[in-house]
Design a protein around this ligand. Structure first.
Ligand SMILES: Cc1ncc(COP(=O)(O)O)c(C=O)c1O
Length: 362
């Protein structure tokens, strides 16, 4: 089974270390280990036996994860090593060659290229900035005339930061219910505020997430799936062939983080909100830039007007000014840059000033 390069991840791998002003990171400034340890029970950690732990995830941790949702019990949760793996396991478990899937573009490449790689037909619904990156209901209705096995959404989205409207999601559920379609919602950017989860509102809705983004702990590699018991059972059968468990150390540290989630999330909100206002002001002051400012999540999609393609611009900006972005082409949309509201405000201000000056010279 062949997979194409994962453009955004490849771009990050190739260039991230050269960044002086990293304006594209999706993870809110990661915590250092001592900050996490200050939240943990040191004695319990010292006494922790490093066996496989509870295979599908520590029970206390599952309870903490459930506190992020409105419905469900421990039987609706299984742990994974990150959200990416959660998505992969779900797709491998629920999809087969010949199935048809709906996904959106611009979007995260995993949602289109992974199902394609094992023989699914993927219907891509395009999103446009002039519609606020919101999808078109008529296009969904048209696509749902096919036999659809799964709809894949990302709420809030990478790269646009947009959350599909309540009205659209309600209609999507109505259409999905008619043919028993799964809705997989990657909710890795959810959690800063009280955003709804598909797993709370649709009986065949599955939510995936992790501690990587708004919880600032990507290095723990701790994610999860929340969904119907039958799906969790199927995933748990599959995990025996792949990861066994996430291990008791990651589980215990994750539990400490979630027990202190208000502290972590208020830090994240402060960073994100400060950067959002800097970017809003920047766009007002510089008419060659535009953005649909997202309400949720950690990223947005900054558009620009200039006669230079986004990959070239991103390369030159990094080489000449140390300013780092992921170009929109990595998500299937040109003349945009994925911006992360996650860095120090000082970095954001300096990086944006350099960006504007650079584009002016073009
Ligand atoms: C939409 C989306 N899903 C999943 C991931 C990866 O999450 P994790 O670190 O939990 O594997 C990313 C990371 O950029 C992402 O943008």
């Amino acid at each position: 089974m062949k997979l194409p390069d994962f453009k955004v991840e490849q771009w990050m791998n190739d260039y991230e270390n050269e960044a002086v002003y990293n304006l594209t990171d999706t993870c809110v400034k990661p915590l250092v280990f001592s900050e996490l340890m200050a939240m943990a029970d040191e004695n319990a950690l010292m006494d922790l036996r490093l066996d496989y732990g509870t295979i599908t995830g520590d029970s206390q941790l599952k309870k903490e994860i459930l506190s992020l949702y409105k419905t469900g019990s421990e039987e609706n949760i299984t742990l994974m090593q990150g959200c990416l793996q959660a998505n992969e396991s779900l797709m491998y478990t629920l999809l087969e060659a010949g199935d048809t899937v709906i996904a959106y573009e611009p979007g995260y490449q995993q949602f289109t290229d992974l199902p394609k790689s094992f023989g699914c037909h993927v219907i891509i619904l395009k999103l446009y900035e002039e519609n606020g990156w919101q999808p078109d209901l008529n296009e969904l209705e048209e696509a749902m005339k096919n036999d659809i096995k799964m709809i894949i959404i990302n709420q809030p989205s990478n790269p646009t930061g947009v959350f599909f409207s309540e009205e659209y999601i309600e209609k999507m559920i109505e259409l999905a219910r008619k043919q028993s379609t799964w809705i997989l919602s990657d909710e890795v950017y959810r959690g800063l505020y009280d955003e709804p989860s598909i797993s709370d509102i649709y009986e065949k809705g599955i939510s995936t997430s992790s501690l990587s983004k708004v919880f600032s702990l990507a290095g723990l590699r701790l994610g999860w799936i929340k969904g119907p018991e039958e799906v969790i059972h199927l995933i748990n059968v599959r995990r025996d062939y792949s990861i066994i468990s996430t291990g008791p150390l990651a589980d215990m540290l994750a539990c400490a983080a979630l027990q202190n989630k208000e502290q972590i999330l208020s830090r994240s909100r402060k960073i994100i909100e400060a950067n959002r206002s800097i970017v809003s002001q920047f766009v007002k002051d510089h008419p060659q830039f535009h953005i649909v400012m997202p309400q949720y999540g950690t990223v947005g999609f900054l558009g620009y007007e200039a006669d230079i393609d986004d990959t070239m611009l991103a390369r030159q900006l990094l080489a000449d000014e140390g300013v780092f972005f992921v170009p929109g082409s990595c998500f299937g949309s040109e003349k945009h840059m994925r911006i992360g509201f996650t860095c120090e405000t000082e970095t954001m201000i300096k990086g944006l000033t350099k960006l504007a000056a650079y584009l002016e010279r073009k």
